[in-house]
Structures are given as C-alpha cells and as structure tokens.
Design a protein around this ligand. Structure first.
Ligand code: DAH
Length: 340
C-alpha cells in the first residue's frame, strides 16, 4: 500500500495538471484512505484520522490555487495605459486619424485666445495644490463655513485637487507685483481643470473646467470689469448681449457679484418673451484687500477685479448641449459631433 506521503505527492501532482481539480477528492486513491479506518485500534485510528485531515487541508489549498489559475487563464490582459492593443501578438497602434479633439479643448482655446487678444497673459491652473492657495490666501478664515461650499477633495497628505481656478490668484498677484510697482498692471487669466466631491447629475460634475481672470492697477474699477466681461461674452457668442449683475458672497471679493447674460434668440432664447431668460455665467468682484495683502500688494495703492466661471456652461449654451455629463463620458457619438 502507498504511504500517505506518497499518496500526497501523487494527488498534488494530479491537482496541478487537472482541468477539474476538485474531482481528485472523489478519486479511488483518495477515498481508499478512509476504507481501512474502521478496523484500526482507537489510538491508531486517531493518529491516522488526523493525518488524513491534514492531507485534506493541503489538497484543498492546492485545489483552490489550481482553480484560480484556470480562471485567470481566461482573463485577457488589458493594459489601459498602452497606446496600442496589447492583446494581439504584435502591438498595433490605435489609428490617431480616427481621433478628434475634445470640444472642451477647442472651446477653451477660443476663450483663452479672446483674453490674450485683450492683453491678458494666460497660465494653466494647477491640478494639485494646498490649503493656503485654495483657501487661506483667498481670505477664507480657518474653519469658515464658506469652505464647505467647495466640496473639496483632499489627499491623505492634505493636498487638494483645486475646486476652483481662484487657487492661482495668489501666484498671479505675486508674480505681477514688480510690474505693478514699476507702474504697470497685472492682467492674467488662469484656466484648467477643477474638482469637486459632488453627486453627478445633468448640471454637476466632479471634474470640470474653469477660467479665472485677475486685473490689478492703481485705479481698476467695476465699470472696467463689466466692460471686459461684456466684450468677452459678445466675442465668444459673436453677437451683442444684455448683461446684468446681482450681489453674491465670495470671501475673496468685496463687493462680490454674479454676472448674468440674457439668453439671446440665436442661442435658444424666446424673442417673444418680455421677461427674458437670465443665465448666470460667473462670479466676480473687486479683489478683497486681504487677498492683495496676502500677496504683499498694498491695498491702499492698488486695486483690482477678478472673475471665475465654468467653461462647460459657456459651451453648453453655445451648442445647445443639455447634459454636462456628456463632456467626461468619452462617448464617441457625442465627441464626433464636434469634428471640424
Ligand atoms: N471661485 C469661484 C467659484 O468657483 C468663482 C469666482 C467668484 C471667482 C468670484 C472669482 C470671483 O475670481 O471674483 O465658485
């Protein structure tokens, strides 16, 4: 008769190559282990019984491992970072000729181009930042409830994927301080991706784009700001527009305003309605003295205005897009509508 050791070796070998490894537990060789048990003395039966149980545990572990191996063999490797399809024997490049620019890239370029032509310098907004730039330097007091309105993500180390492009204001101001003091002015826009921990629906996304503007001089005024914004919107939509503002609270501006345009007939507005449909496009205002101070700029000598708003909203109005989620969906049917 085979010793348990020998049998163990044989059974493990069978399991390692079996296509249905669990059947090994039903084999005659394995079942035979139990057959002589009843005729053994109680002492020997106990020892033998334990041996068999130990063996069973080892076999089951091996069976689990073999089953996992068999299952895994059916999963095709997919390297989502590779620019080609790795499941074939030879890497095949995905045809870039079938790719198209994302509409947000195209529209963001138009936005930035308009501001550049108006004399604003353009810089990309960071995608990872810290509490000081996101809040502190923007006059959000520590533990102030206004911080909660930004539904901010945080890394375990305490870094923030910014929830607004205003996170660049302090850097813009610091970089422009010298020019300002030499008699010039600060004029910059900052554009890029921002992130909020939001429940996603037709008008909310966790990832979206904003454009921020900052202008500082000895005598910058609200009137200049409204003129700048109107010029921008009229250029972007290619038509004259009615604008209006209403008071709003943002810690980094005083006064703070919401800026709205009236939906024109060409963009789906109702020309027969006497009321008009007002669309809130962005937040803006005169830069708060504490924000200037945080960048070492003397608020007694200089003043400025700032604005910031979402890019998707602009684009949705322009093309009659009804659902914000299309932009991040990667759906080709949507993206191909924007092929030039
Ligand atoms: N950062 C604000 C937001 O994301 C928008 C904003 C409002 C920006 C007023 C500004 C401003 O620069 O002056 O909700």
């Amino acid at each position: 008769m085979q010793t348990t050791q020998e049998l163990r070796h044989d059974l493990l070998e069978q399991i390692a190559t079996a296509t249905t490894p669990r059947d090994v537990l039903k084999s005659a060789a394995y079942k035979g282990l139990y057959s002589g048990l009843g005729s053994l003395s109680p002492d020997k039966r106990a020892t033998r019984g334990k041996e068999i149980n130990d063996l069973k545990r080892v076999l089951e572990t091996a069976i689990d491992a073999r089953e996992f191996e068999l299952e895994s063999a059916h999963v095709e490797a997919l390297d989502i970072t590779a620019p080609w399809d790795v499941s074939g024997s030879r890497p095949e490049l995905l045809p870039t000729s079938q790719g198209t620019r994302h509409p947000l890239t195209t529209e963001l370029e138009k936005v930035v181009d308009i501001f550049t032509r108006m004399g604003f310098e353009a810089i990309e907004s960071r995608q990872i930042d810290d509490d000081e730039h996101m809040f502190g330097a923007l006059n959000f007091p520590e533990n102030h409830p206004a911080r909660d309105g930004y539904d901010t993500f945080r890394t375990e180390e305490g870094f923030i994927p910014p929830a607004h492009t205003s996170t660049m204001q302090n850097r813009i101001l610091r970089a422009g301080k010298e020019t300002l003091e030499a008699g010039g002015q600060i004029a910059a826009v900052s554009y890029g991706r921002v992130f909020r921990n939001e429940d996603v629906d037709a008008t909310h996304e966790h990832t979206f784009y904003q454009c921020e503007g900052v202008f500082v001089s000895k005598d910058a005024s609200l009137a200049e700001m409204l003129g700048t914004l109107r010029a921008f919107f009229e250029e972007y939509y290619g038509q004259s527009l009615k604008i209006k503002t209403q008071p709003a609270y943002f810690p980094f501006v005083e006064p703070g305003l919401e800026f709205a345009i009236e939906k024109p007939a060409a963009l789906g507005g109702n020309p027969l309605s006497s009321v008009g449909e007002w669309l809130e496009m962005l937040g803006c205002g005169m830069i708060h003295p504490n924000v200037l101070k945080a960048a070492d700029i003397d608020p007694q000598k200089y003043q400025g205005f700032a604005w910031g708003g979402g890019i998707e909203r602009l684009v949705m109005l322009k093309y009659g897009i009804e659902d914000l989620r299309h932009f991040e969906s990667g759906k080709l049917a949507f993206l191909r509508k924007f092929v030039a």
